[in-house]
Design a protein around this ligand. Sequence first.
Ligand SMILES: O=C(O)CCC(=O)C(=O)O
Ligand SMILES: [Fe+2]
Length: 513
Amino acid sequence: EIFSSMAKIKDVLELVQDYDVKVEFFDNYIRAQEQYLEYLSEILEVAENVDQLLSKDLSPEHPAIAFRYFNDLNVIHRLKNKVDVFLDEERNNMQFDSEELRDFVAELPTEEDLNGTALGITRLKASYKLNVSDIANGVIANRPSRPLTLPEILDMIQYTYINFEEVKGGNILKFGLDILYYLDRTWTQLTEKEVAEILTLQLKILSFGGCICTHEYKHLLSSLILLDPNASVPSNTHCISFTRSPDCQYHREEFALDRILETFYKLCRNEPVNPIAAVVPYLSKQRHLVCKYVHNNHPYIILQPVQIEYLNEDRPTVAILHDVVSRRERTDLRLHALDFLKRSTVTTIKGRVPSPNKISQTMIVENAIVNKYFPSFRQRLLGVTKLASRSFESLKVSNYGLGGGYTIHLDLLFPAVKHNFTDTTNNRLTTMVTYLTDVENGGATVFPDLGLRVRPQKGSALMFFNLFRNGTSNNFTKHASCPVLYGEKWIANQWVLRNGQEFAYKCDLSNEW
Ligand SMILES: O=C(O)CCC(=O)C(=O)O
Ligand SMILES: [Fe+2]
C-alpha cells in the first residue's frame, strides 16, 4: 500500500523519474520494432505479389516475367541494410530465426542481376529483332504475359544503363530509345512527372551516344525544361564511337553489323545464309552426306549403334551424334552440376571477371566422376569416335542464363599459336557439345562461316574437329551459341586433346582432313 504514507508516495515519484532513461530505451525499442515490422510487411507484400504471379503458372523462363520477379524481389534486397542494422543491434526478440531471414535476403537478386536481365532482353531484341511493342506488352516469342507497367518499363531502361561504360554498344542505346519512343507514342495518360522522367532518360541515352549538340537533343531538352525548370540535365560524359550519323538518326535505323555478326544473328533467326566463299568447295560434298549407324564393335554401342548425321563432311567435319546421353544421365548430370555452377569468367589484367561473351554458369565434372557415375555416356563417345580416352578432358557442364549465349569463338586452348605449323602444343582436336535439354526457342549452335545452324536436341552431341591434320587451327569452325529466347539450355562439353590421338587420327603436313 502506498497512499497511506506520504514518504512512500515521494519514493514512487522518484522511482519514476529514475526510469526516464529506460523510457527512452523502450521508445527506441518500439520504434525499431515498428520499422522491422514495416520491413517485414514490405517483404510479405512482395512475396504475395510473386506468389500471385507464380500461382498463374507463369514461368521465369519468360524474360519479361523474370524481369518482373527480379524487380519485385530486388525491393526486398534493397531493404537489406535496414534488416542488417536491426539484426546487428540485437534488438530482435522475434519468434523466428533471424539468421535465416538474413540468408534469405542475401540470396535475392541484386541490382547487378537486374542489369544483367535488362541487358539480356536488349540482346534478345537485337538478335531476334523483337519488337518493342511486344516487349512492352510482355509478349516474347509469342508467349504472352501481363503487359509491363510504365514504372516497370522505366525501371528496365534504368537498369539497362547501370555500368553502361562497361557494356557500350549501339544496340543497347537503341533499345532504350526505341522503347521510350514507343511509350511516347502510345501512352496517352502520362502525368507530367512521367513525361519528365521519359525525357530525362531519352536525354541521358542520347548523351551516352555523344549526341548533345543535335537538334533532337536540344528539342527534348527544351521540352524537359518547360516541364521542370529545375530538372537535372544529363551531360555528355561518354562520347562513344558508334554514333553513325551526325544527327543521331541511329535510333530509327538498324545498326550496321559486320558480316559475321550479321550472319550469326541471321542463323539464330533461322534465316537463310550463304557459307563464305572459302569453304564452298568443301561443302559441295554435302550432296553425298550420309546418315549412318556406327558401332565399331565397341561393347557399349554394339547393341545400340549410334546414328551419325553429317552436316559437313570435310574441312571441317561437323556431325551430330544422336542419342548419346540417356534421359537418366541427362537428369543426373544437371542435378550434380546444380550445386557447383559458377558464372563463366575470363582472365583479364584485372584478374578473373565475368565473361561478357559467355552469359552462362559452368562447372567441371572431373574424369574420375564421369567414369564412375556416367560410364555409359563416356563409353558411347569413345565407342563412336574411336578416340583414345586418355586425351578426354574433364566434362564441362554449362547452363545459360536469361538471354544467355556465347559469342563467336574458336574452341582453342592456345589461340596464339593457331597458325604455327610447327605447333606442338596440345590443343583441342575435337569438340563434342552434348545437349542435355531441348530449348524451346533460340539457343541454337551456329557456324557463321559454314552457314550452319544446329538446334539443340536433348541427348545428342554436336561434334566437330577444330584442327587440321597438321595441328593448326581450322578457323572455319568458329561458332557461337545463339541467345536463349525462351526456355532453358543445358549442355555438357567434351573436348578431346590432340596428343594421344596419333593412332586414332593420323597427323600429316596437310591442312586437310
Ligand atoms: O552452347 C553451345 O551451343 C556452344 C557452346 C560452345 O561453343 C562452347 O562451350 O565452347
Ligand atoms: Fe565453343
